[in-house]
Design a protein around this ligand. Structure first.
Ligand code: IPM
Ligand code: MN
Length: 349
């Protein structure tokens, strides 16, 4: 019996999670596993009503679950930074989900904005460090409000934090067993403290993986190659900030936020799966948002539980729907409503 904590969140979050849960139900029937879900209402909406964010006792409760399934959090009425830090980052950090795994896979060439790129050309995975770097929240204002104001934001990188992320990336590349190539994406030419440590750690760990080809690309060049030669990549490992930025570009070349999913993974603890787009306030309640990213996130959740056949079947069903049923992957342009797209995935499962 799998116990799954569900956080629908704000905006279109609940709409896409509903479709994901439909697919979960169908997958459980077909692949004969049992599960129960419990809903948690952490969200911007709840914050506006009660002033509450995710608390330490909530984290203790969530540790009792096998996985967490998250829609989206964020409300336009709340000042930027509060919900992000108090809900999403609080969950990622407190549950020590130190990997953010973001596959970039094109399911239908028709939806790729890059000329002449086929599904086999856009198929790589970004392993984003998810617990440190600029996201650590270390810094200060000096002389705040004066002409001499200084804002300092520190990128905090520990040998341990880097090494566990890099090891995960090497293991993942080996297990994925495709090009068996791992690219370190950094900025060794300018950020000479952080990326020196990253590069040294990468080189040391690489010696234990002679079967994996290694490569290095500066982050700016990485964005160029995503557009020019995405087929060069197999697995990319990078820090929290760069991983955040390059995976939005990754989402675009795979067909848009409508299909981009990610996993916040603690290999020794509780992991959390989410579509990587936001709460999309302007599409809320219209039954037009694309639920496939949330459904792909559900697929990743199933794989994490060890239900590999079910996970693969969910992905195959998504591919079928993307290849044969949708006019577009963008909200409002799919040729189907949110609920219809969920139904189509269930049918193809
Ligand atoms: C993401 C988001 C988050 C991040 C925000 C909402 C805190 O952009 O999951 O990529 O920066 O990690
Ligand atoms: Mn982001």
């Amino acid at each position: 019996m799998y116990r799954i904590a569900v956080i629908p969140g704000d905006g279109t979050g609940p709409e896409v999670i509903r479709e994901g849960l439909k697919v979960l139900k169908a997958a459980a029937g077909k692949f004969a596993f049992n599960y129960e879900t419990k809903e948690f209402d952490f969200s911007g909406r709840r914050y506006l009503k009660t002033g509450k964010l995710v608390e330490d006792k909530d984290i203790e409760e969530l540790k009792k679950y096998d996985a967490i399934y998250l829609g989206a959090v964020g409300d336009p009425e709340v000042k930027p930074g509060i919900i992000e830090t108090g809900v999403l980052l609080k969950l990622r950090f407190s549950l020590d989900q130190y990997i953010n795994l973001r596959p970039v896979k094109l399911y239908n060439a028709q939806f790729c904005p890059l000329k002449d790129k086929r599904p086999e050309d856009v198929d790589f995975v970004v392993v984003r460090e998810n617990s440190e770097g600029l996201y650590k929240g270390i810094g200060e204002f000096q002389n705040k409000g004066t002409k001499d104001e200084v804002a300092i934001q520190i990128s905090y990188n520990t040998r341990r934090g880097i090494e566990r992320c890099i090891r995960y990336a090497f293991e993942y590349t080996r297990k994925r067993n495709k090009k068996k190539k791992l690219t370190l994406c950094g900025k060794t030419n300018v950020l000479t403290f952080a990326w020196d440590l990253w590069q040294r750690t990468f080189d040391e760990v690489a010696e234990e993986y002679p079967d994996i080809t290694t490569d290095y690309a500066h982050v700016d060049a990485t964005t160029m190659w995503f557009v020019k030669n995405p087929e060069w990549f197999d697995v990319i490992v990078t820090d929290n900030m760069f991983g955040d930025i390059i995976t939005d570009l990754g989402a675009m070349i795979q067909g848009g936020m409508g299909v981009a999913a990610g996993g916040n993974i603690n290999p020794e603890g509780v992991s959390m799966f989410e579509p990587i787009g936001g709460s999309a306030p302007k599409y809320t309640g219209k039954n037009v948002i694309n639920p496939l990213a949330a459904i792909c996130a559900l697929g990743m959740l199933l794989e994490n539980l060890g239900e590999v056949k079910a996970a693969n079947a969910v992905e195959d069903a998504v591919i079928k729907v993307v290849q044969t049923k949708l006019k577009s992957l963008a909200a409002g342009k799919m040729g189907h409503s949110t609920t219809e797209v969920g139904d189509l995935v269930v049918e193809n499962l």
